[in-house]
Design a protein around this ligand. Structure first.
Ligand code: OSB
Ligand code: MG
Length: 372
């Protein structure tokens, strides 16, 4: 391993169009990249998915920066880990801060796969060369604009559409999309926006409009409400925000709160911990798939490689580069293949490099820490 330097960068990128969820509207995204270099000059990159404000989870760009700079770097310097397990132990000693930990673990697995001269997918144990993908569609001001937007994604070839919903924006837009696309595979995601008592109403429109999966309708801790919805439902109930570690997975499995799980390495604390969690969920009969957090090309490359694992059997929220940002900061943008898949890059590690000057233009601040 022999990491000699870590750089933390804060970047800002403008979305191609606003992305509205039950949390609010996003026009641009602030995020961190973590860069590592070992003594031989082998590099690794990881992305932190925490956003500027603590809406999706408690972490923020600022909290992740300070956790890495003020907790991880000093401890690393005091007792340098000699291998990946050592880093995992170092990180596990600290509570929470999973998105920050994940950024570092992503950079480490990228660097390890590059050193092994293997694509990250193969290094992780993945076999697929292509990843089936869908697209997550934000809240739109009118049903007709939503239908037009969905139509363009369907024409692009996405395998399924996930609509963001919230109280007051559900049955009507879902009905409009179902009318316009009778055969479309339709999912919805509420990002915790409903009260636990809203279950029967959600079940009614989800059933009527043949929604295949309802993601995180209730608050993170409301496992019983999710379990009640999942009982005898003709759709899958998927958990996202609720599943942050192996204990929350155990709790959800115990009460049968989900039939599907959205696996994001950032939410769970890194690709290695998330891989274990996904495998365990699948052993318990839960369907697993890879979610997204509007990552830049760096984080999306990680998601694509991660999604090549056999545990994942539904199309991921991993869309093409042109769906996200005006500027792509990697050299090989992701493009949707005609069959609704993204190709897993075949070079070592993530198989993508930072593209200059786009990357430099997006950087707002940067700090370097010598570790040796
Ligand atoms: O809940 O899955 C979510 C984006 C940001 C935060 C939370 C979520 C999402 C998405 C977008 O649904 C998925 C993507 O990156 O394409
Ligand atoms: Mg979600």
């Amino acid at each position: 391993m022999d990491i000699v330097r870590i750089d933390i960068e804060e970047l800002e990128l403008a979305l191609v169009e606003p992305f509205e969820t039950s949390f609010g509207v996003e026009l641009r995204r602030r995020f961190l990249l973590v860069h590592l270099e070992d003594a031989q000059g082998t590099e690794g990159w990881g992305e932190c998915v925490a956003s500027r404000e603590p809406l999706y989870s408690e972490e923020t760009v600022a909290s992740a920066w300070s956790f890495l700079a003020e907790c991880v770097v000093p401890r690393w310097r005091k007792t340098p880990p000699s291998d990946l397990e050592g880093v995992t132990r170092l990180l596990a000693a600290f509570r929470g801060n999973r998105m920050a930990k994940s950024a570092l673990q992503q950079a480490l697995v990228d660097q390890s796969a590059r050193r092994a001269r293997q694509p990250l997918a193969r290094w992780l144990g993945g076999r697929r060369s292509h990843i089936p993908v869908g697209v997550s569609v934000g809240i739109h001001p009118t049903a007709s604009r939503l239908v037009a937007r969905v139509g363009r994604y369907v024409d692009d070839g996405y395998r399924r559409i996930k609509l963001k919903v919230r109280p007051g924006y559900d049955a009507e837009p879902v009905c409009a999309v179902r009318r316009a696309f009778p055969d479309l595979t339709l999912w919805v995601d509420a990002n915790q926006a409903y009260a636990p008592t809203a279950g029967p109403r959600i079940a009614a429109w989800a059933r009527q409009f043949r929604v295949a999966q309802v993601e995180q309708p209730f608050p993170e801790r409301a496992l019983r409400a999710h379990a009640r919805l999942a009982r005898r439902a003709p759709f899958r109930v998927c958990l996202d925000e609720s599943i942050v570690d192996s204990e929350s997975l155990d709790d959800a499995l115990d009460v049968r709160a989900m039939t599907s799980v959205n696996v994001k390495t950032g939410r769970i604390g890194g690709p290695l911990v998330a891989r274990e969690l996904a495998r365990r969920a699948v052993r318990h009969g839960v369907v697993a798939w890879v979610g997204g957090m509007l990552e830049s090309g760096v984080g999306r490359a990680h998601n694509v490689h991660f999604a090549s694992l056999g545990a994942f059997t539904l199309p991921g929220d991993i869309s093409a580069s042109d769906r996200y940002y005006l500027d792509e900061i990697i050299d090989r943008p992701f493009a949707l293949e005609r069959d609704g898949t993204l190709a897993v890059p075949s070079g070592p590690g993530t198989g993508v490099e930072l593209a200059e000057p786009a990357h430099r233009r997006a950087v707002r601040r940067r700090r370097s820490y010598r570790l040796k």
